[in-house]
Write a protein that binds this ligand. Structure first.
Ligand SMILES: *[C@@H]1O[C@H](CO)[C@@H](O)[C@H](O)[C@H]1NC(C)=O
Ligand SMILES: *[C@@H]1O[C@H](CO)[C@@H](O)[C@H](O)[C@H]1NC(C)=O
Length: 351
């Protein structure tokens, strides 16, 4: 990723909003398929396109408030995981309730950051390396990381040796929590960065939402409409959001952006931002990732997890384990087909 203005103009950092991007370094890319802007010309893209309303259907995953039950600077995890989950849902053609991914898993392992901030490209790179990302019900959002002590975070157990920090259940009073080691998940295929309005639009159109940095300070009291602001200092990024599409009005085009401050904020948790001159620094740096394999079925674990590595069980008493192995072989994920490798389908959507 290119250097953002925040590196060039550190002294101008806005005081009131605490930056949740602590890392502007280049986390590299893993790119095998063509990049959408290589095969989609900006002029061919529609004037308006959003995954929130594509032919009357929304493909987007739910909105969240990253700041409850207490403050946590997890925008980078929310923005990156929601964009990835949207892409799974797009691949599923919106079949049923969309799966969402466990942001708390990302926080527990500090994959790309903590409640003190992080980066979207760093998250995609580290999450790919870390392996299966569990669906939300494996570990719901607590708004804590092991280095945070806001609210009740001091009393949250981050000890890996006790119960899994990836997927767990707490099945009865007094028994503590147990590991679940077979759980529905998604793995990352490719990841990279994209910048410039035309390139970002092509990426969104072909493959789905992206996670981008912005300066959130001017948006704190946003109450709707297309936001525009041309102060240079306001292009220093300190927050990550996911961009889901664009629209147009008499003054030109604008981005449609999902924030993670709850639906009570902005336009039902979203905002619109004028496109084309790097408003709030957004067009400087966006990150994307594609799924590799995602679960459409689960391995059927017992309620207490005993046949799924339940953690009180370092004991291997469950002879069901052998049986499992054979069942597991039937527990296959769905392989993602990258739209960049299926151009006829992408071009068909241009009409
Ligand atoms: C938002 O509004 C509150 C209340 O009027 C004000 O105190 C605060 O400074 C405003 N924040 C920004 C960033 O404008
Ligand atoms: C992740 O899901 C796939 C199927 O989508 C499954 O084969 C794999 O075992 C799962 N990983 C874990 C750790 O449960």
């Amino acid at each position: 990723m290119k250097f953002t203005l925040s590196l060039l103009l550190p002294g101008l950092a806005a005081a009131a909003y605490r930056s949740e991007i602590i890392d502007h370094t280049d986390h590299g890319e893993e790119v095998l398929s063509a990049r959408p802007h290589e095969y989609l010309a900006a002029d061919d893209l529609p004037d308006a396109f959003t995954w929130g309303n594509k032919d009357g259907v929304s493909y987007l995953t739910r909105s969240v408030n990253q700041h409850i039950p207490q403050y946590c600077g997890s925008c980078w995890a929310q923005g990156s995981m929601s964009a990835l989950a949207d892409r799974v849902n797009i691949a599923r053609e919106n079949a049923g309730v969309p799966y969402t991914l466990s942001v708390q898993y990302i926080l527990n392992h500090q994959i790309g950051g903590s409640c003190y901030g992080g980066s979207a490209s760093g998250t995609y790179a580290a999450a790919k390396k870390a392996g299966p990302i569990p669906y939300e019900s494996c570990f719901s959002y607590l708004a804590c990381s092991s280095d945070s002590s806001e609210g009740f975070c001091d009393s949250v157990e981050f000890d890996e040796s006790k119960a899994s920090q990836t997927c767990r259940t707490c099945s009865t009073f007094g028994e503590g929590c147990t590991n679940i080691d077979k759980f529905p998940n998604v793995t990352i295929g490719e990841y990279g960065t994209v910048s410039g309005a035309d390139n970002v639009k092509a990426e969104i159109f072909a493959r789905g939402p992206v996670a981008c940095g912005i300066n959130a300070e001017p948006l704190l009291n946003y109450t709707g409409g297309v936001f525009e602001d041309d102060k240079l200092a306001d292009k220093m990024t300190n927050h990550i959001i996911s961009v889901v599409g664009w629209g147009s009005d008499a003054d030109g085009q604008y981005w449609i952006v999902r924030n993670s401050w709850g639906e009570y904020w902005g336009e039902m948790g979203y905002f619109r931002l004028r496109m084309g001159d790097n408003q709030l620094g957004m067009e400087d740096g966006c990150s994307w990732a594609t799924p590799d394999v995602f679960s459409e079925d689960n391995f059927p674990c017992f309620e207490g997890g005993e046949n799924c590595g339940g953690s009180h069980s370092d004991d291997d008493t469950y002879s069901a384990r052998e049986e499992e192995a054979s069942i597991l072989s039937g527990y296959r994920g769905v392989e993602y087909v990258d739209p960049s490798n299926n151009l006829e389908e992408v071009y068909a959507r241009l009409n």
